[in-house]
Design a protein around this ligand. Structure first.
Ligand code: NAD
Length: 478
């Protein structure tokens, strides 16, 4: 496969800006540990220029009809589709995920732009009958204003596109700080919007020291909405900064998703479905299944099938044909995986598959299955964000629901059952923003994606994802 990476630049007020005297950092290929490119950091002056550009861009974009905005957005989606092979290879090199997953991410990103482009044309208001004759009561939706968006390293294109497309469809302008570790996917995405004819200043891309950039942008009165995807501690910090200025915020934070396989489900069929999903992106997915509770009747069969799947995974560079799992995105994840496995072993846990690093270059960790682990171990209580699957048995519905709901996370959950009564009961009882029942399809452009409890607030996707960038105004007209 050809392996050209991309030219990393900032994009401010319709101009691509490179190193020229700016601080910079290296972007590393996690499969090799080698430097791919240098990423320029935005200076304070660059951030101020982005704020001024976004303020100006908002006025232009808001004044355009939703129909015209939609045409530009659809053009960007088409360009992303045309360029998908290159963008997917850029992502695989900087993030590690295997090429087919990367390709799917880029194509789905194009779908998300299309969906929002269309939905933006349907941000209807309503007329509410008045109490007094002759009074018209009109409810309208208006774009919030300038959005500051912050995205992490696990989905370099998909996470930025959810924020950018939602905001643009609503009529907002955006300053996005994508991940410094995986910047190329977002650079390529922004190129598509620029080449599609998006007016200057409507979309701006910056990089830098995350804490400095977020404090500067969120602290500015120009910014009216904050959207963040990442860890819970950082989410709390940014939500606090947003609260200081009474700004709207969407927080898509970490999860620790329980999987419940009930007695009436086929344990092997469930294992086939959920194991493939577990090791997607080497488990570095906020909705990755991370705690497996299997009814004791099907437990042994489930563990055997799941372990077989894990052992057959082919680890390697994501650009090599036949690789089914790539490296972890950075060395921090390797340390975290080792600490989780050591803790499980110290508590009497058994390693049914994997359990250690792999190879002597890059950041590879074996697909791992742990059994016989107590509920208070690290793996059962802290988000692993990696390729580790702990599997434990349960006896009753009430018991498993209590264990599933016992943590402060509330992002995603999964259940397998052949009983509609159990499906209804688990759907009602689970404390999470999303649940897949006999399905893992919980993330689509058309449906809301978001968490409850410490997993955050607000939704991306669905009409909720558009409304997140709108203010409601009521006009009473006599
Ligand atoms: P981290 O908490 O240091 O960073 C998480 C993300 O937030 C990174 O992209 C980082 O650049 C960004 N960030 C950090 N401080 C920031 C700040 N002050 N302002 C703006 N952005 C900031 O952790 P990490 O080592 O990169 O990732 C570890 C944990 O993060 C994972 O275990 C997982 O819980 C969480 N995470 C969640 C998602 C998700 O999709 N929800 C994605 C990536 C990481």
């Amino acid at each position: 496969m050809s392996t050209a990476y991309t030219d990393l630049k900032l994009y401010i007020d319709g101009k691509w800006l490179n190193g020229e005297g700016r601080k910079s950092e290296d972007v590393i290929n996690p499969a090799t540990g080698k430097v791919l490119a240098k990423l320029p950091h935005a200076s304070k002056a660059d951030l101020d220029a982005a704020l001024a550009a976004a303020e100006k861009g908002f006025k232009v974009w808001k004044a355009m009809s939703a129909y015209d905005r939609s045409k530009i957005m659809r053009k960007a989606a088409d360009l992303l589709r045309e360029r998908h092979d290159h963008v997917a290879k850029v992502q695989t090199q900087e993030q590690g995920k295997v090429y087919p997953e990367s390709r799917m991410e880029v194509l789905t990103s194009a779908d998300i732009i299309d969906w929002y482009a269309e939905e933006g044309r349907r941000s209807y208001g309503r007329i509410v009958p008045g109490r007094v004759k002759g009074v018209r009561q009109i409810v309208v939706q208006e774009p919030v204003g300038v959005v500051a968006a912050f995205t992490p390293w696990n989905f370099p294109t998909l996470t930025p596109v959810r924020k950018i497309a939602g905001a643009l469809a609503a009529g907002c302008s955006v300053i996005i700080k994508a991940s410094e570790e995986t910047p190329g996917g977002c650079v390529e995405l922004v190129k598509c919007f620029a080449d599609a004819g998006l007016p200057e200043g409507v979309l701006n891309l910056v990089f830098g020291v995350p804490a400095e950039v977020s404090e500067h942008l969120i602290g500015s009165e120009v910014v009216k909405k904050v959207s963040f995807t990442g860890s819970i501690p950082v989410g709390k910090l940014l939500a606090g900064l947003a609260a200081k200025g009474m700004k709207k915020a969407t927080m898509e934070l970490g999860g620790h998703s329980p999987v419940m396989v009930f007695a009436d489900a086929d344990p092997e069929k469930a294992a086939d479905t959920i194991a493939a999903f577990k090791y997607r992106n080497a488990g570095q997915v906020c909705i990755s299944p991370t705690r497996f509770y299997v009814h004791e009747n099907g437990y042994n069969k489930f563990v055997a099938r799941f372990t077989e799947y894990a052992k057959n995974i082919k680890l390697g560079d994501g650009l090599e044909k036949g690789t089914t799992m790539g490296p972890l995105a950075n060395p921090r994840r390797l340390d975290a995986m080792e600490s989780i496995v050591n803790d499980a072993k110290a508590r009497g846990g058994k390693v049914a598959a994997g359990g250690s690093r792999h190879g002597n270059q890059g950041f590879f960790f074996q697909p791992t299955v742990l059994t016989d682990i107590p509920d208070d171990s690290k793996i059962m209580t802290q988000e692993p964000f990696g390729p580790i699957a702990p599997i434990v048995p349960f006896k009753t519905f009430d018991e498993v629901m209590e264990r599933a709901n016992s943590l402060e996370f509330g992002l995603a959950a999964y259940a397998f059952t052949n009983s509609s009564a159990t499906a209804n009961a688990v759907g009602d009882a689970i404390e999470s923003g999303m649940i897949g029942i006999n399905s893992v399809a919980i993330s689509t452009p058309e449906t809301p994606f978001g968490g409850v409890k410490e997993s955050g607030y607000g939704s991306e996707g669905g009409i909720e994802g558009l409304e997140a960038y709108m203010n409601v105004k009521f006009i009473s007209q006599a």
